[in-house]
Design a protein around this ligand. Structure first.
Ligand code: IFM
Length: 466
């Protein structure tokens, strides 16, 4: 399935002190991938609860119904984060736990759950970083068209306001959307994620409405929590041409516009990257007068989430894009259980690219990590040296960017625990902590111990971060 690390990839001699005391070290997770308790305590169904029950949508018919049972076991997981001395924890809120129907009536037990979770973090000196939307839309809203319906701007504004009021007194760091390119692209264009819709007539309105929501979400948090730092997160990949031909290089520009530029540029007031991908002009159909101002917002930070690079070739038969992303297994490179090439320089290139925009104040790597086929040994340990290699090589590239003066201010590993990896079910394991799904037992992998020792902070350092 994958090869061994190529020679030349060594454990880097990393030390957190090279990054400075204001650097945010953390771990990431999301609600749908971990919480389970999909219909407990008044929670409404999400689009993923429904989508995962459809035939052949999720590998091995897995569903997120139980996941890592984080809803009941969050205290245990917070205790592990604390034992590893990881100072920041990023997680998302399940919209339909807070507002079961997406709009209207608030579920007090949903608010209670997140209050307890936030308080449990704070009690252990762990800073909570909240993502408002990590792909689980209330099914009631999906039935009204979900992201294709322009009304989502009002729904999202109201939801954000409920969250800001409930949690804004204790939560300083907020991210509005998680990887809008992925939930619009995979969910509303390719149909491989919830809600399983396809085609540009779904994708383009979903993109435009997500752009408007990322801006309005940030404005609501800023208004209601003046001391908050607000960002949003973008998936991104370093994109290189398959050959040096003109055609392949032009294909790179188109894919770059789609995968890397589509959501950040309108937020910065630059509009959609039609120069890179002329086909995007078709989005004009969904744009109303005045939207250019509404698309723009002032983020305190930008979260970038990078795992790999893409190698792109011209492909005349692919409509509009005319480009093909050549899978890693066809290129004879070292890759992970996701079939993603291990290419540490990618994160350096992305920090450089996103820092270069005027208006980006700072960049935080809000996700990075790898899935490998972990094995439990002696019923007690997971010797995941491949993951340690991966993380140390990527973090070394983050340091390289930092030392060159780029504005990178944090790094979060994806993920805290193994979890529900969307259409791939529970097969890819991304965690620093292994989950035995039969018993829900947690085992800290070697990579968890390694990361803990990298980021271990003295109390005095922690205080400087807050
Ligand atoms: O698991 C996902 C996460 O939800 C979003 N970013 C990428 C991760 C790995 O695929």
């Amino acid at each position: 399935m994958h090869d061994h690390p190529p020679a030349g990839h060594h454990h880097a001699d990393l030390n957190k002190k090279f990054f400075g005391n204001d650097f945010h070290w953390g771990v990431s997770a999301s609600a749908l991938q971990t919480e389970g308790a999909w219909n407990e305590d008044g929670k409404g169904p999400s689009n993923w609860d429904v989508f995962s029950k459809r035939r052949k949508k999720i590998l091995n018919h897995h569903t997120p119904a139980v996941a890592t049972d984080f809803y009941h076991r969050y205290k245990e997981d917070i205790a592990i984060i604390s034992s590893l001395n990881i100072p920041n924890f990023r997680f998302s809120l399940a919209w339909s736990r807070i507002l079961p129907g997406g709009i209207g009536k608030i579920n007090p037990k949903g608010i209670d759950f997140y209050n307890c979770l936030i308080d449990a973090c704070l009690e252990k000196n762990i800073e909570p970083w909240i993502t408002l939307y990590h792909w689980d839309l209330p099914q009631a809203l999906e039935e009204k068209g979900g992201w294709t319906n322009r009304d989502i701007i009002g729904w999202f504004e109201a939801y954000t306001s409920v969250c800001a009021n409930a949690f804004g007194d204790r939560v300083k760091y907020w991210m509005v959307l998680n990887e809008p390119m992925v939930f619009t692209g995979a969910g509303y264009h390719l149909g491989i994620h919830a809600p399983g819709k396809k085609g540009f007539r779904n994708f383009l309105p979903a993109v435009h409405h997500a752009v408007l929501c990322q801006a309005i979400g940030a404005k609501v948090i800023k208004n209601e929590c003046p001391y908050a730092e607000v960002g949003t997160t973008f998936s991104c990949s370093y994109i290189t041409p398959y050959t040096t031909s003109e055609k392949d290089q032009r294909a790179v520009k188109r894919i770059d516009a789609l995968l890397n530029r589509l959501f950040i540029e309108p937020a910065l007031g630059l509009g959609y990257p039609v120069d890179g991908l002329p086909f995007l002009n078709k989005i004009n159909k969904y744009i109303k007068t005045g939207d250019d101002l509404l698309m723009k917002t002032d983020f305190d930070f930008i979260g970038i989430q990078n795992y790999t690079r893409e190698v792109v070739a011209h492909a005349f038969h692919i409509p509009h894009l005319k480009a093909w992303l050549i899978p890693a297994d066809k290129r004879k490179v070292y890759y992970t259980s996701m079939d993603w090439e291990v290419y540490p320089e990618s994160v350096y290139e992305m920090i450089k690219k996103f820092s270069a925009y005027d208006g980006v104040k700072k960049v935080i790597v809000t996700e990075n990590g790898a899935a490998f086929p972990d094995k439990v040994e002696n019923n007690s340990s997971v010797h995941d040296s491949e993951r340690i290699h991966f993380l140390s090589n990527y973090i070394t590239q983050v340091l390289r960017a930092k030392e060159q003066g780029y504005k990178v201010k944090g790094y979060f590993v994806w993920a805290l625990t193994d979890n529900f990896e969307w259409a791939e079910g529970y097969h890819p394991r991304f965690g620093l902590i292994y989950i035995d799904y039969e018993t829900q037992r947690r085992i800290i992998k070697d990579s968890g111990h390694w990361y803990g020792s990298l980021v271990r902070q003295k109390k005095a350092d922690l205080r400087l971060q807050v």
